[in-house]
Design a protein around this ligand. Structure first.
Ligand SMILES: *Cc1c(COP(=O)(O)O)cnc(C)c1O
Length: 375
């Protein structure tokens, strides 16, 4: 297998990740919310930015708590932080049969049923214990206890069992970044009421995802925030809500022209021959396609060449796209697909809007064929 950096030579389409931007965004969010602790959400390869590089950068600015979705992601992260005082939370539902892996890698699962805890206890090796996060479902409907009495049963079970250690209690909001205040408030009320009635101390609470940290800081406890999107510098509420402060985008997507040719009037481009030149025109082929996450529906999207706007023409294919050119450019000319070039910028939000989806989906579908270059 060719090493990641050599991929740049063999096929020049790549993602750059600005780690300083991620560090700055973490600090901006801590300041903006007044939080004492930030849990860096680095699931799905840190939203496509590279989980190890991102978590190391965050560690340098004092982030020692991370959240991932799967055991596999957690084990990889633990290996890179071996012997470091780092907390790793598993946000998804985990198979209880994997308890010994969680114990030996110090991974803290989110737990929402008594049955899971009862089964887990019998699998924790003698002399060891499992730290865990109590998941409270106040309206997301994915996982977690969904009543005060259930929360009480789990909390008491944990306290009565010295193999189990409570490390946190959290809920997740369904409408933090879409402006639905009523639903948001009903979730806040349930969480506060249940957790206080059961008597779980505040130091364990973490509620704020990115949307909450941006638009609901005064409505919830923000001593600890649990954020992903904002670290990477995109607006999770785009295009509906705007950011209350500036964040720095961390990701750019670039490619280099692989071939340049002139279409004659009447000649067409790509599958279906959907684009036909009306007059002679210069076009270029770039080595990126939908298998890299440059979605098939991006036909017509803007790209930036030499500081000005060009467009994707014809159908996006699995490995290649064709773009317009104002005039002939050399092979090897850099093209910006997401990012800034001179006075022009294509943001992840622009890209997602054009693709009729959210920025989160765009950054997480960029494939492993695109090397990540860190700056
Ligand atoms: C993914 C996830 C987050 C991070 O969400 P952002 O909106 O990107 O900040 C936080 N909490 C849970 C439970 C999640 O699944």
């Amino acid at each position: 297998m060719i090493k990641e950096n050599d991929l740049l030579l063999t096929r020049p389409s790549w993602i750059t990740v600005n780690l300083d931007a991620i560090k700055q965004n973490a600090q901006t969010m801590l300041k903006y919310t007044g939080a004492k602790r930030l849990i860096g959400v680095v699931k799905a390869n840190a939203y496509g930015h590279g989980d190890l590089a991102v978590s190391e950068a965050l560690y340098e600015v004092g982030v020692h708590d991370f959240a991932v979705a799967t055991i596999d992601e957690g084990v990889t992260l633990r290996q890179s932080f071996i012997n470091k005082d780092v907390r790793i939370i598993l946000l998804g539902v985990q198979d209880v049969s994997q308890v010994s892996v969680m114990v030996s890698n110090q991974l803290e699962p989110a737990v929402g049923t008594l049955k899971w805890l009862q089964e887990a206890v019998s699998m924790i090796p003698a002399g060891e214990n499992l730290a865990l996060q109590l998941a409270v479902d106040t309206g997301m409907g994915r996982m977690g206890v969904n009543s005060e009495s259930e929360l009480k049963r789990l909390y008491e079970f944990i306290n009565a069992n010295d193999k189990l250690l409570l490390s946190g209690v959290f809920t997740h909001f369904a409408t933090a970044d879409d402006g639905n205040q009523n639903y948001y408030h009903s979730q806040v009320q349930k969480f506060n009421k249940w957790v206080q009635a059961v008597g779980i101390p505040r130091k364990f609470w973490h509620l704020a995802n990115s949307g909450s940290a941006l638009w609901h800081t005064r409505e919830i406890d923000t001593n600890t925030i649990r954020v992903g999107s904002v670290l990477y510098g995109f607006n999770p509420g785009a295009p509906l809500l705007s950011l209350p402060m500036a964040l720095k985008p961390a990701l750019t997507l670039k490619s280099k022209i692989g071939s340049v040719h002139q279409l004659q009037a009447g000649e067409s481009v790509s599958y279906g021959a959907t684009y036909t030149a009306q007059v002679p025109q210069w076009v270029a082929t770039l080595p990126i396609g939908y298998a890299d996450g440059y979605l098939r529906r991006m036909t017509g999207m803007k790209v930036l060449v030499d500081g000005h706007i060009e467009h994707v023409i014809g159908r996006v294919t699995m490995d290649q796209i064709v773009i317009t050119l104002a005039h002939q450019y050399p092979v090897g000319q850099e093209v910006t697909l997401i990012g800034r070039d001179g006075d022009e910028e294509i943001t992840i939000e622009d890209f997602a809007h054009y693709a009729d989806t959210i920025p989160h989906e765009i950054v997480t579908i960029f494939g492993s064929r695109l090397p990540r270059v860190y700056e």
